[in-house]
Design a protein. Structure first.
Lengths: 326, 278, 286
């Protein structure tokens, strides 16, 4: 290893790649939450899954700059693959997870060619279209997917042969946490590598990225596939921990929600998905208690205010009426 | 690799041509931006490309680097046809450019940008497991150090590019190109709008480029052009108007007329005096 | 088969009127307004309410729908949309989705989630039988109205001063502003008219497309298809795209009901992948 003192560049780069204290704190908080909040395991499980989903979106939106309104396609695909795997092949959760990740990565790879060219609007439409196509497919192939009723009769085997999924969700939460942790470690390595830097370069300036010799196409294909795989993992978690998969996993609101989660938490630093998921879920639960039917309205209002004010100013209310410094 | 010539002033007529275009043309609808340009850049050249505004100099650079697709003609690099080659592959072959308007990575720092460029040059830009610039291979970090020092960017190396002053950005703009160790570097108005302090630094680094690197420089500043260049090509209305060594171009009355007496469309001084346009 | 073609054309023309405002908005201000469907919904509900609760005749509700949606457009544009023009596309998407959600929930709260029924006046009900081809009276009416609107739009665009100002602003807003055109005012007016047209389309389409609170989301994709495939620099581009879409959808649903809307999405994806600027458009991206 290059001794940090001898090269200023190496020192600077290793400083930016070093683990921060709050990353450790976050990991500790995750572990503690499992230990100390067993009564909330179901909610925490949902948060972990949403965070994983948002992490996958962060890769393509925060690091590669691809605006997607259809990320639920890979989430839902992973969910169905995991559920079908458990139902027709083997009920082992880890094998099912592997199958779902593989399948979702494959789907990401297959569809990546579609988002290579075009403006933001084109990409938005194409990604939306992909998700809608998948939704329609799941709807039509009801002999396979159970259609609008959902896939029934999915019974998950015990995790690692020993830990049963219980009604309280403790096993589920531990499982989701571990998958989230694994994904986070993987993504962390990825974004600090030359590949990760090249992604940010092509997000910031695709023209210049090509002008220093980087192949923009290949990188987009690679990251889109990887993000698809991780989204599929999140979907698999939903299917496996609930023992059920329905059309809801492919619904547009999933894509919109995860986008909002990432925007709340902040895109481009890898942890935005986690923070955003926590805030989003807590907000959702709080508002659902007050006005059960009209979450959509408050969500919409929140979106509008968030964008008008700007996320960075949201937490400083005294700046809301200042003119925006462009 | 062919033998390097040092201390010899290459001429565009000599055999060792590193970059060449043959009849290169580019049309946009009814407008011919590049008109059958046949240009030869010799190895180790200090070659300036000048011409009035709108002459098509940047279009030519865009064609050479693959940003634009030519309507006709061919481009040869080291004798090989690269006309159909993708832009990023031309960089790997040693053809690199800088941009007239800074094209940088706003959210990265100079050290990250340069480390990435050096990694790309070393073929490591796709590595996803090891952190950028770290590890047992020290070439990335060392290359980065050298570039930061040469381009006077050490004091801002950890600041996001979006927060850098213009002069530093311009230095980084050129540093990024040099990080690719180009065989041929196309500099598009490198000192345009740069404050005096950084201007000197930029000029020094251009002067310090290795003798075997061929440089094609677009510039408006005539002092800079005639201080730096050994060969000059004059482009007017997309076509080559005059070519030769610096001294003869400086003395050429037609070139003077094009520059000093031109109207908005590059017409000679005569009609300007007559037409009395604004 | 001809009946299907006829139905497809009427559907397409309706889509055109609904989507043309979106096309111009995008082309003019480079603003992705996913809330466009909400204006259509507003017009539709306005027409239904005026007819069912205030007893207005059907024909009178149509201009009312236009006006109400246009006014809503003006108000929102001045207050909420203006600060968003310079923002990133992602911000615009989030913003307009947020507005859409709010509109959907508000309609659901005040008017319930069931589909609204519009009682057509007797002279628009039923069909003509022309040489064995069934031609629905209402669909004929729709084609007539939309065709008239299209001609009017084309005339405004090419023959009036406002039209040429609009075209200049779409072509290059910076240059247009530099020439002294008040691009903001042009846009406000255009946005209002576009929203008004959407409202009119919503009223016209209430009977055919089905009007309920999820209308904006259900049809958002179709509007976007019209705009993305048809391009934003002409009127004829979106018109052709809308007609193609309408015919394809109607034919698809009849001949291959299992696949339905699926085909439309796939075709759109293919088109956009091969030609990111749309079938008829110049490059949308700036």
């Amino acid at each position: 290893m290059t001794p940090a003192g001898s090269s200023p560049s190496a020192a600077a780069l290793s400083a930016s790649a070093r683990w921060r204290w709050w990353e450790f704190a976050l990991l500790a908080a995750g572990l503690l939450s499992w230990l100390l909040l067993p009564g909330h395991a179901l909610l925490l499980n949902e948060i972990a899954i949403l965070a994983l989903f948002a992490l996958s979106l962060d890769l393509i939106l925060g690091y590669a700059g691809i605006v997607s309104l259809g990320h639920s396609a890979y989430f839902g695909f992973g969910a169905y693959v995991a559920a079908l795997f458990a139902k027709h092949v083997l009920p082992d959760p880890l094998l099912g997870m592997a199958a779902a990740i593989l399948a979702a990565t494959g789907l990401g790879f297959a569809t990546s060619g579609l988002i290579l060219r075009g403006s933001d609007l084109t990409r938005l439409m194409v990604t939306l279209g992909i998700a809608l196509v998948l939704y329609e497919l799941a709807n039509r192939l009801d002999w396979l997917t159970g259609g609008a009723d959902g896939l029934q009769g999915v019974v998950m085997g015990p995790l690692l042969g020993r830990f049963e999924f219980d009604l309280y969700g403790r096993t589920a939460y531990a499982y989701s946490l571990l998958v989230l942790l694994a994904a986070l470690l993987f993504c962390r390595r990825l974004v600090h590598s030359p590949f990760g830097a090249s992604l940010q370069a092509l997000r910031d300036n695709p023209l210049r990225a090509a002008s220093i010799g980087l192949s923009v196409r290949r990188r987009l294909v690679a990251i889109y596939s990887i993000a698809g795989g991780i989204a599929g993992a999140a979907g698999a978690l939903v299917a496996q921990t609930a023992g059920f998969a329905s059309l809801d996993v492919l619904d547009f609101h999933r894509s919109a929600d995860v986008l909002l989660v990432l925007v709340i938490g902040g895109a481009g630093y890898l942890y935005g998905g986690i923070f955003g998921a926590i805030v989003f879920k807590l907000l959702h639960d709080a508002i659902s208690v007050l006005t059960p039917q009209y979450w959509t309205f408050w969500l919409g209002l929140f979106l509008v205010v968030l964008v008008l004010v700007g996320r960075d100013r949201l937490v400083r209310p005294w700046t809301w009426w200042e003119r925006r410094r462009t | 690799m062919s033998a390097r010539r040092e201390g010899v002033v290459p001429s565009t007529e000599a055999g060792d041509v590193v970059l060449e275009t043959r009849g290169l043309s580019r049309r946009f609808g009814g407008i011919t931006a590049t008109d059958r340009v046949s240009l030869r850049v010799a190895r180790g050249a200090r070659h300036a490309l000048i011409g009035p505004n709108g002459a098509g100099k940047t279009t030519l650079i865009n064609l050479l680097t693959g940003v634009l697709v030519p309507s006709a003609g061919t481009i040869l690099l080291e004798g090989e046809d690269i006309t159909a080659l993708a832009a990023h592959r031309r960089v790997a072959r040693g053809l690199v450019r800088t941009f007239q308007i800074n094209q940088l990575f706003a959210e990265l720092t100079p050290v990250q940008s340069l480390a990435l460029a050096v990694s790309a040059r070393l073929g490591q830009s796709a590595r996803w497991w090891r952190p950028l610039g770290l590890g047992t291979d020290r070439r990335v970090a060392e290359g980065c150090d050298r570039l930061l020092a040469d381009f006077h960017l050490e004091d801002v190396m950890n600041r996001k590019v979006a927060l850098l002053p213009y002069g530093k950005r311009r230095l980084l703009e050129i540093a990024l190109a040099i990080a690719c160790r180009p065989r041929v570097v196309l500099l598009d108005e490198p000192v345009a709008g740069v404050p005096e302090g950084e201007r000197q630094q930029i000029l020094e680094t251009i002067d310090a480029l290795p003798a075997e690197t061929s440089v094609l420089l677009i510039e408006h500043d005539m002092d800079l052009v005639f201080n730096f260049a050994r060969q000059v090509t004059v482009l007017v209305n997309g076509a080559i108007f005059a070519e030769g060594d610096a001294a003869s171009i400086a003395a050429d009355p037609r070139v003077r007329a094009v520059y000093l007496g031109e109207g908005h469309d590059g017409s000679p001084a005569q009609s300007r005096r007559d037409g009395a346009r604004g | 088969m001809l009946t299907l073609l006829f139905d497809g054309i009427s559907y397409g023309m309706l889509l055109f009127v609904l989507a043309v405002g979106l096309a111009v908005t995008l082309g003019l201000m480079n603003f992705i307004n996913l809330a466009h469907g909400a204006f259509a919904m507003a017009g539709g509900y306005a027409a239904v309410l005026l007819m069912n609760r205030a007893g207005w005749p059907f024909l009178a509700t149509l201009p009312a729908a236009f006006v109400i949606a246009a006014v809503a457009g003006v108000v929102l544009e001045r207050t909420l949309y203006r600060p968003m023009y310079a923002r990133s596309h992602l911000d615009q998407v989030l913003f307009s989705i947020g507005l859409t959600f709010m509109a959907i929930a508000a309609v659901d709260w005040f008017l319930g989630s069931q589909q609204q029924n519009l009682q057509l006046p007797p002279w628009l009900q039923g069909r003509f039988d022309v040489a064995g081809v069934g031609i629905g009276k209402y669909r004929l009416f729709i084609i007539a109205v939309c065709a008239a609107l299209t001609i009017l739009l084309q005339w405004v665009l090419s023959r009036t001063r406002f039209g040429s100002r609009l075209r200049a602003s779409v072509d290059d807003p910076r240059v247009a502003a530099g020439l002294g055109l008040d691009v903001n005012r042009i846009f406000a007016l255009t946005f209002a008219v576009g929203s008004g047209l959407a409202g009119l389309g919503g009223a016209l389409g209430a009977e055919i497309l089905g009007l309920d609170p999820t209308f904006p989301l259900k049809f958002m994709m179709y509007f976007l298809i019209v705009v993305a495939v048809g391009g934003t620099t002409t009127i004829t581009g979106p018109l052709l795209a809308a007609l193609l879409l309408g015919i394809a959808d109607v034919m698809g649903k009849y001949y291959v009901p299992k696949l339905g809307a699926f085909i439309v999405y796939v075709v759109m994806i293919v088109i956009l992948t091969l030609r990111p600027q749309g079938l008829f458009g110049r490059s949308i991206a700036r």
